[in-house]
Write a protein that binds this ligand. Structure first.
Ligand code: BYC
Length: 327
């Protein structure tokens, strides 16, 4: 009995060493490959939360489809929101390759057990917010997701390639809305500035807690799931976005923001991590509303799932009848 256990532990150590060497050589892990349980668990956690974020992320913008200021803007926004649904679907599929059931991950979202990005718990008060989301939220998403195209888990990395291409379009449409409003009337410019004031800090919180308070980073970086730390990506985003705000004549709402010529980076003021913790714990301005909307969509869609299941059963039984007749 003991010999058997020792043999199993040695086997496991050997597999782990080979897995780590394989990952370190930049090769992709595929669904049927051996992987440590903790690697599988962390991927399920991150990919399912990512999928939930895409789907919950449709709500703040979907809210403005009927109120877009022109037919062209409406068509663009509809396409964008539809893209987010697609991203959610690729990600739920990537998650299923790790052996979890999609319904279970969705149940975890609805029960409040699974997280989704803090950013989607803020309200969209006017049209400029749609510009700010595209510019800042999709901009932050690209910064975070381009490195995931090189993640060690094949299905996640491949899903990210298409997602990032679509996010680039989203970011540009958002910046274009902001540029148009900032170059418009004084009232339109004030709306754009107000949207930037409200979305700036939540956007830089999207990258997650500071590195010293990020319990998952070290292991995820060692396994090439994360390729940069939360703070590194946050800094890259700030360095890229501040000049964009300058270009369109808007002011980033951070009195301590200053360019450091020596480091080649912007220094920023303190981030309100208490606010981040509150929002992630379910006490942001829209957490309750977002989860209620997702639960309602799930309940309202029950008849579609039932019909699809009945159709699949009917097709399967017809196929088995015709196989029996042919035999
Ligand atoms: N919000 O150890 P850490 C989009 C949690 S959607 C809420 O650093 P990790 C879009 C974190 O989960 C894009 N929770 O974690 C859609 C962890 O808790 P658990 C969404 C957060 O995983 C529609 C704890 O804090 N993008 O683009 O190493 C319209 C400690 O954190 C947040 C993704 O999902 C947060 N912001 O790093 C428009 C990207 N940050 O799980 C746009 C994929 C942290 O231990 N995910 N937490 O209970 C990632 O890259 C990483 O999971 C994170 C966090 C960088 C987010």
């Amino acid at each position: 009995m003991w010999n058997q256990r020792i043999f199993e532990v040695l086997m496991e150590m050997d597999l782990l060493q080979r897995f780590e060497a394989y990952v370190a050589s930049e090769k992709k892990i595929e669904p049927k490959d051996w992987m440590p349980d903790a690697y599988r668990r962390t991927l399920v956690r991150q990919i399912s939360q990512h999928a939930h974020s895409e789907v919950v992320g449709m709500l703040p913008e979907g809210n403005w489809i009927s109120r877009a200021p022109s037919l062209k803007r409406k068509a663009i926004l509809m396409a964008k929101v539809q893209d987010e649904a697609g991203h959610g679907l690729y990600l739920y599929s990537a998650c299923e390759t790790l052996g979890v059931r999609r319904d279970d991950t969705i149940r975890d979202l609805h029960s409040g057990k699974a997280k989704y990005s803090s950013i989607f718990n803020y309200p969209t008060l006017n049209w400029a917010d749609i510009g700010a989301i595209g510019w800042l939220v999709d901009g932050a998403a690209i910064m975070n997701q381009v490195p995931i195209c090189k993640c060690s888990y094949g299905p996640y990395a491949r899903a990210m390639v298409r997602v990032c291409k679509e996010e680039s379009f989203h970011q540009r449409q958002g910046f274009q809305i902001m540029m148009t409003m900032a170059g418009g009337t004084a009232e339109q410019k004030a709306m754009a500035q107000d949207a930037l004031n409200r979305w700036w800090w939540p956007s830089i919180m999207m990258f997650g807690p500071p590195d010293q308070d990020s319990p998952n980073s070290a292991q995820s970086m060692a396994w090439n799931i994360k390729r940069f730390s939360n703070d590194e990506l946050r800094q890259k985003f700030i360095d890229l976005t501040v000049p964009q705000a300058d270009l369109i004549g808007l002011t980033v709402p951070d009195a301590d923001l200053k360019w450091n010529a020596e480091t080649g980076h912007y220094e920023h003021g303190p981030i309100d991590w208490d606010e981040f913790k509150r929002v992630v714990a379910g006490h942001g301005p829209c957490n309750k509303e977002r989860l209620e909307a997702r639960r309602k969509a799930w309940d309202d869609g029950a008849w579609v799932r039932d019909a699809a299941r009945a159709h699949a059963e009917k097709r399967a039984s017809r196929k088995s009848d015709s196989n029996t007749a042919a035999a």
